[in-house]
Design a binder for this molecule. Structure first.
Ligand SMILES: Cc1cc2nc3c(=O)[nH]c(=O)nc-3n(C[C@H](O)[C@H](O)[C@H](O)COP(=O)(O)OP(=O)(O)OC[C@H]3O[C@@H](n4cnc5c(N)ncnc54)[C@H](O)[C@@H]3O)c2cc1C
Length: 355
C-alpha cells in the first residue's frame, strides 16, 4: 500500500511529495488537471522557501531561472515618480517553480497522475481510500489535501473554512506580452481617480504578470477581463502611446478572501496550503506559507511512518501550522490595507506591503 496520497500538484503538493520521497516514503500525487499549467500566479519565493528547496535539491535550478532583484517603477497619473529596489527573495513564476519541483520529483521516481479528481474519502483502520471522479479508487496510509482554495478534501471532510470573502473582484489578473515596454522594471501605475495597473516582467519569458483594478459597467459592476478591456485599462493608467498588450495566456479575476480551516487534521487526512488558508496577496505569502506547511507535514508524516512518533507526532503538525496560518491571515490583511492606502500617494507602490 502507498504510504501517502497527495491530492493536488500545486507548489504545496509538489513540495510535500519531494519531502516524503527524499525520506524514502512512498507517495502518489493526484491532480484533476489534464497537465501542467502556465499561469504566473504566485511569483515571489521568500528566503524561508529557498531554504526548503535547498534541502530538496531544487534551489539551484530555481535561482538560475528567477531574478534576485527587482526595481519597482512607480508612476502617478502617467508620470514616472519613483523607483524602489527590492530583494531578499527570488522572483519567479509559479508554473516555473512547479516545473522545477516536478523535475526533481521525476528524478526521485514519482510522476504526477493527471485527470485524477478526488471525489470521495473513506477512512478505516490503518488507511484511507479515495474515490476518484471517474470511478477508480486509490488507497494509502495517509491522505494530504493540497488541493487549493476550493479543496475537495476539506469539503468532503466537512471542515469549516471560516472567515470572509469580498463580493466584488478586487483585481483582474493575467499574463500578457507588452512589446516595447522595458523589462527592467515592475511597472506600477496608479491614478488619482482611483485604481491602477501593474505589469511585472516574468524571468525567462517574454510575458508580464498583469494586475489591475477591474473595469466597471454602467451599473458599477466589474467586467470580466478581455484583451480589449486590459488595453483600455492600460491606456487609462499608463498613458503610454504605442504600447499594445498582446497574446494573453491567462486572464482571471481575484477577490479578497480571508479564510482558514477550523482544523488541519481529521484522522489520517491532513490539509496544507491554500486548502487550509487563503488571504490577501500583499506581501506574497500564499505559496510560501503552503511550502512551509508542506515542509512541516513532510517531517510529521515521515516521523509517524518511520515509527519514531505516533499520535503525538501527527498532532504536532496542526499545533505548529494552524497558529502560523492565523498569523499570516492577520499579517496579510494589514499589509493589504497598507498597500491600498499607500498607492493613493504619488511614488508609492507594493513595497508598502513588504516588511
Ligand atoms: C495574481 C496572484 C499573485 C500571487 N502572488 C503570490 C506571491 O507573490 N507569493 C506567494 O507566496 N503566493 C502568491 N499567490 C498565491 C499562490 O498562487 C497560492 O497561494 C498557491 O497557488 C497555493 O498553492 P497550493 O499548492 O496550496 O494550491 P494550488 O496552487 O491551488 O494547487 C492546487 C492543485 O490541486 C488540484 N486540485 C484541486 N482539486 C482537486 C481534486 N478534487 N482532486 C485532485 N486535484 C485537485 C488543482 O488542479 C491544483 O493543481 C498569488 C496568487 C495570485 C492569483
Amino acid at each position: 500500500m502507498t504510504d501517502v496520497l497527495i491530492a493536488g500538484s500545486g507548489p504545496t503538493g509538489l513540495t510535500l511529495a519531494c519531502e516524503l520521497a527524499l525520506r524514502g516514503v512512498s507517495v502518489r500525487v493526484l491532480d484533476q488537471r489534464p497537465g501542467p499549467h502556465r499561469e504566473s500566479r504566485g511569483k515571489g519565493l521568500t528566503p524561508g522557501s529557498l531554504e526548503v528547496f535547498a534541502r530538496l535539491g531544487a534551489a539551484e535550478r530555481i535561482s538560475a531561472i528567477g531574478a534576485r532583484r527587482m526595481v519597482l517603477r512607480k508612476y502617478f497619473d502617467g508620470a514616472h515618480i519613483q523607483d524602489t529596489a527590492t530583494g531578499g527573495g527570488v522572483l519567479i513564476a509559479q508554473w516555473q517553480v512547479e516545473d522545477v519541483l516536478r523535475e526533481r520529483l521525476a528524478g526521485l521516481g514519482v510522476r504526477i497522475e493527471y485527470e485524477a479528481q478526488v471525489a470521495g474519502i473513506a477512512q478505516e483502520a490503518g488507511g484511507v481510500t479515495v474515490r476518484l471522479a471517474d470511478g477508480r479508487s486509490a488507497r494509502a496510509g495517509y491522505l494530504a489535501g493540497c488541493d487549493g482554495g476550493h479543496s475537495s478534501t476539506r469539503r468532503l471532510l466537512g471542515i469549516p473554512f471560516e472567515g470572509h470573502t469580498e463580493e466584488a473582484p478586487t483585481m483582474v489578473i493575467g499574463d500578457v506580452r507588452a512589446p516595447g515596454l522595458s523589462r527592467e522594471y515592475w511597472h506600477q501605475w496608479f491614478t488619482s481617480d482611483g485604481g491602477g495597473m501593474m505589469l511585472c516582467p516574468m524571468p525567462e519569458t517574454d510575458t508580464f504578470q498583469l494586475q489591475a483594478s477591474p473595469e466597471l459597467d454602467g451599473d458599477g459592476r466589474p467586467l470580466a477581463p478581455s484583451l480589449e478591456g486590459l488595453q483600455r485599462l492600460f491606456d487609462r493608467h499608463a498613458r503610454m502611446e504605442g504600447i499594445r498588450l498582446a497574446d494573453p495566456t491567462w486572464m482571471s479575476t481575484w477577490r479578497v478572501n480571508v479564510r482558514m480551516a477550523a482544523r488541519m487534521r481529521e484522522g489520517r487526512v491532513f490539509l496544507a496550503g491554500d486548502a487550509a488558508h487563503v488571504h490577501p496577496i500583499a506581501g506574497g505569502l500564499g505559496m510560501n506559507t503552503g511550502i512551509q506547511d508542506a515542509a512541516a507535514l513532510g517531517r510529521t508524516l515521515a516521523g509517524a511512518l518511520t515509527g519514531q512518533g505516533g499520535e503525538d507526532v501527527l498532532d504536532g503538525y496542526e499545533a505548529e501550522r494552524l497558529p502560523a496560518a492565523a498569523e499570516v491571515l492577520a499579517d496579510t490583511t494589514e499589509r493589504h490595507r497598507r498597500v491600498l492606502e499607500a498607492v493613493r500617494e504619488p511614488g508609492r507602490g507594493t513595497e508598502a506591503g513588504l516588511d
